[in-house]
Design a protein around this ligand. Structure first.
Ligand code: NAD
Ligand SMILES: CC1=C(/C=C/C(C)=C/C=C/C(C)=C/C=C/C=C(C)/C=C/C=C(C)/C=C/C=C(\C)C=O)C(C)(C)CCC1
Length: 519
């Protein structure tokens, strides 16, 4: 008896009614109250704390995740997220004075109200089943939305324990879990949502985006990888090996942001492989399969997909390579490949396979990185400062870690998301609140100002137009060639100043600003 609840598909015919009632709760306005949101968040915190051991057990069963990794990346991750939100929510939710408002418009008190988007659907992925489902849910609760969560059916124990925690901790009229796979998700997508937040593959992301487009439903898509690491000849091979091995062994490489392939200067290959071997031995002295720290592939289907990728590779296995289907175990495996079309480079592995492709120089590495995936989720250059800056300035990606594998993604309050085909929208920290929030622009026109507003009403006259232009038109600080014009020309344009007067005033302003910046 583990105490883990069973995973049970939600009957499909109940889905429309459930969604209707969650929508009705949004329209009851109770989630708009800040106190209500805070209480929900705090109850979820205690629900997680009280069920910590069951979550650890669930992730062990679903993914062979170690207690350490489940604690770090799932339980403590979400609990910290809640404490952070609870401490900052009042600040995030407060009306903001609008930025960049001209003096004449200040009278109308322009401000930004943070409105909840409404009723949202959150669809989770299997690899970090708790974090990738509850992270967005914490954002939705904070923003004042009501929500339905559809966890991944591929991590059924984690899905079931989340359902229990949510049912016991949160207001069931506002937040609920629907369990299931494609049929249940399809039934959910047939409902009208105010936002869909999806984490998973680009293939399913496309299905979601098409469905959402039918009703102009906004979406956030957190999609997949094919992320490059780049090692130049100036990199430290020991650091690169250790850090990239970590990024591919956490959760047995089932991490959307881990490197999918490594482009390595050919001079560095022997040193890098030597250090990789040492690091692997240090991480798992008795071998990865015997280590309690190393996870398993989520299911047989994914195991066989990874095996096929390795079998079809024309590369040479230089480290690891053992597999055990009965245990869903795949050893951390480094394969030296010689072509971009190799099965290990062409597809996202989402497992502990580490192809390395030798290149002649950084220029070639950047060219290949851009060719394989124009906009990956992450990019990981190792080299000197100049080389890493060059990688940043000549590539695009959702995020980047210099001199590391996906460090940026392990900082919980840094906005996280893809770009282009690796996703759209970002969350975590304040961004989790914002992604479920509409920034509603508001003004209030005072009654007493009516006399001054006269110029906006017909009948229109040239005099009214000139008055409006005098008040409203901005003076350009650029000339007809697109060049920024200096202080002297700008003052001349602004005040009609002539020659020496403009030069003197400009010099005076410049001197004043220089002195102030020194203070
Ligand atoms: N960017 C991120 O934050 C992030 C995080 C984790 C995983 N991923 C990506 O997700 C992929 C692996 O995760 P996965 O296998 O759980 O993804 P997946 O796309 O197979 O499944 C994700 C979710 O979509 C649902 N789903 C699957 N097929 C569907 C269909 N035809 N119609 C409607 N819904 C459907 C599933 O039930 C599940 O809840 C990888 O590509 C990985 O890179 C991205
Ligand atoms: C201790 C001192 C210092 C600081 C040390 C620091 C900052 C150590 C950091 C350790 C880290 C970052 C450990 C790793 C944690 C890994 C985590 C949290 C992994 C998270 C994985 C995630 C979120 C996966 C996501 C997956 C997704 C989205 C898709 O699949 C100094 C340096 C300050 C000095 C004093 C001592």
């Amino acid at each position: 008896m583990s105490g883990l609840p069973p995973f049970e598909h939600t009957p499909i015919d109940t889905i429309p009614t459930t969604v209707n009632s969650i929508q009705a709760s949004f329209l009851s306005h109770k989630t708009r109250q800040l106190d209500f949101r805070l209480v929900q968040l705090r109850k979820l915190y205690w629900g997680l704390k009280d069920n910590k051991d069951l979550i650890i057990e669930a992730c062990k069963r679903d993914l062979g995740k170690s207690t350490f990794e489940t604690y770090l990346t799932e339980v403590s991750w979400c609990m910290n997220d809640i404490v952070f939100m609870s401490k900052n929510l009042a600040r995030f939710a407060k009306d903001e004075p609008a930025e960049d408002i001209a003096l004449t418009n200040k009278f109308f008190g322009p401000r930004i109200r943070k409105d909840p988007l409404g009723t949202v659907l959150i669809i989770g992925a299997y690899n970090f089943p708790i974090q990738l489902s509850l992270g967005p849910l914490i954002g939705a609760i904070s923003a004042g939305c009501t929500a339905v969560l559809k966890p991944s059916e591929s991590s059924p124990n984690a899905a079931a324990i989340m359902q229990k925690i949510i049912a016991e901790s949160l207001d069931p009229s506002c937040f609920t879990v629907i369990q299931g796979a494609i049929p249940e998700t399809t039934a959910l997508l047939d409902q009208k949502w105010d936002k869909i937040f999806y984490t998973g593959s680009a293939t399913v992301g496309t299905i979601i985006a098409k469905k959402a487009a039918e009703t102009l439903t906004p979406i956030t898509l957190e999609l997949g990888g094919r992320n490059p690491a780049i090692i130049t000849k100036h990199a430290d091979p020991k650091l690169a090996a250790r850090r990239l091995l970590w990024a591919k062994t956490l959760n047995a490489g089932q991490v959307c942001v881990s490197q999918n392939f490594t482009l390595i200067d050919k001079e560095m290959v022997p040193a890098f492989l030597k250090e990789m071997k040492i690091s692997l031995q240090e991480f798992y002295p008795q071998g990865a399969q015997k280590s309690p720290d190393y996870g398993r592939i989520v299911n047989l289907k994914q195991f066989q997909r990874l095996k096929k990728m390795l079998d079809e590779s024309r590369g040479k296995i230089v480290l690891g390579g053992t597999m055990d289907e009965s245990d869903l175990f795949i050893e951390p495996t480094v394969v030296q490949v010689d072509s971009l079309s190799d099965s290990l480079v062409a597809e996202e592995s989402f497992g502990p396979l580490m192809p390395i492709l030798p290149v002649t120089d950084l220029g070639e590495a950047i060219k290949i990185a851009n060719q394989v995936h124009e906009t990956p989720l992450g990019i990981y250059p190792f080299g000197n400062q100049q080389e890493m800056e060059k990688v940043l300035s000549q590539t695009r990606s959702g995020g980047a870690s210099l001199n590391d594998g996906f460090f940026h993604a392990s900082i919980p309050t840094l906005p996280f998301g893809g770009v282009g085909s690796s996703g759209q929208g970002a969350y975590r920290g304040k961004a989790s609140f914002e992604v479920f929030t509409h920034r509603r622009s508001i003004t209030k026109t005072p009654a007493w100002i009516e006399g001054m507003l006269d110029i906006r009403y017909p009948p229109y006259t040239l005099k009214k137009q000139q008055k409006f232009a005098g008040m409203n038109d901005l003076k350009p600080d650029f000339d007809r060639e697109g060049r920024t014009i200096g202080w002297v020309a700008w003052l001349r344009g602004l005040f009609g100043m002539k020659g020496l007067a403009a030069v003197l005033v400009a010099a005076g302003i410049k001197l004043y600003l220089q002195r102030r910046s020194k203070l």
